[in-house]
Design a protein around this ligand. Sequence first.
Ligand code: HEM
Length: 436
Amino acid sequence: MTEPDPQSPSSTHDNIPAPAGRGVSRRRFFQGAAGGVAVGALGAGGAWAASTTSASPPAAADPDVVDLTRQVAFYDATHQAGIQTRPQRYAVFMTFDMATGTTATDLQTLLARWSAACARLMSGQAIGTVEPSRVDAVAQDSGEASGLEPASLTVTVGLGPGLFDERFGLKSKRPQLLSALPALPSDRLQPELTGGDLSLQACADDPQVAYHAVRNLARMVRGTAQIRWTVLGFGRASAGRGQQTPRNLMGFKDGTRNVSVGGVGDDDEHVWVTDDDWMTGGTYQVARKISMNLEIWDADPVSDQQEIFGRSKLEGAPLSGKDEHDVPDFSAKTASGKLAIGPTSHIALAAHENNNGTKILRRGYNYTDGLNSVGQLDAGLLFLAYMKDPAQFVTLQRKLGRADRLNEYIAHIGSAVFAVPPSPRTGHYLAEGLFT
Ligand code: HEM
């Protein structure tokens, strides 16, 4: 696939001063003999969009190898990056509130500046000076990504329902299907882990590159928007049809039956908004921080764990079949006449066959926050999902929250929903249609 050159002049709204050598990778002094470093294993690129460009030829043509020099285009991509993009290994998710007293113009400026900065970060550039010519001046970029490759960084920006309340006079521009999620069964939400006027999802194959992006985007809007909550995710090596599926912290393959994207699947039907003014080509993002009680899970026999998910642990096959990608048969019976996939197993409750065809694009990451207040592992799933209508998530979670056998081991502690505008064209910025 031919992609626009992410190194091309970015935005007319780019009010971030260009550092010397704009358009040149952070790696320019470091490439030398080591250029095109490739590390680790990654599943074959099959179902995910190959919306990447490479600053230098990949070290190996093997699609199972992570190429840290890969870049993903920010502009002119129809949909924002980080949704169809092959899942990178790490993620940083952060939400923000607009500061008290800010105006629609402040929001517009923020979105224009973030757009220009995202384009620079995704092409491997600093957002401004790292080492100003006057040593007593403050650096624009914090510098921890200096010398690092773009690492397929994507930054995906979302707009929360709160932006369309009285504060900014944008009520008439509210995306048709955007409103706060309703209370859902089994919710154990902590207020400090919910909501937000804006979201940033940065994914990259290098955790430092992802963190640097979010940290610097937060820093450049300090005073206009303040951080609300954040989660650091890892362990998403790959997912999708034809790819090796990553595992969640419960040890199960997670992502086997997902919406396929990248022009080879059913994303058009389930993920993208097709007819809503400036939101056309956008989508909705649901974020949930789901903690896992891993000590208790680890004490559960594997046979029970398998019944809880409705899949085998190592292969990931549905309990009605043999191979991971066998289609589950929800009416198949065991020799003793029981349903092979129990009706309150996770997949029986979540499968589209049992939900009038409802599907969502899941893009989850594992997280750990160290230990909790009673000295147990504090870890779980940063559940990120994309869909053309948040009601798709609500339908599934109403069922799961009521009956899922998994509920004994998990708790939904964080939650938010965002409208994700389409990718801007070169010379424009995210959600520009809000202000025209
Ligand atoms: C900690 C929480 C969760 C864990 C550990 C988890 C894990 C899994 C696993 C292991 C599978 C089977 C493999 C696969 O097809 O991906 C699966 C499937 C699925 N999950 Fe979850 N999940 C969690 C939460 C959720 C939530 C909150 C939703 C949506 C509300 C959801 C929706 C789905 C769907 C739609 C499928 C595919 C079912 C099918 O078509 O077979 N999951 N999940």
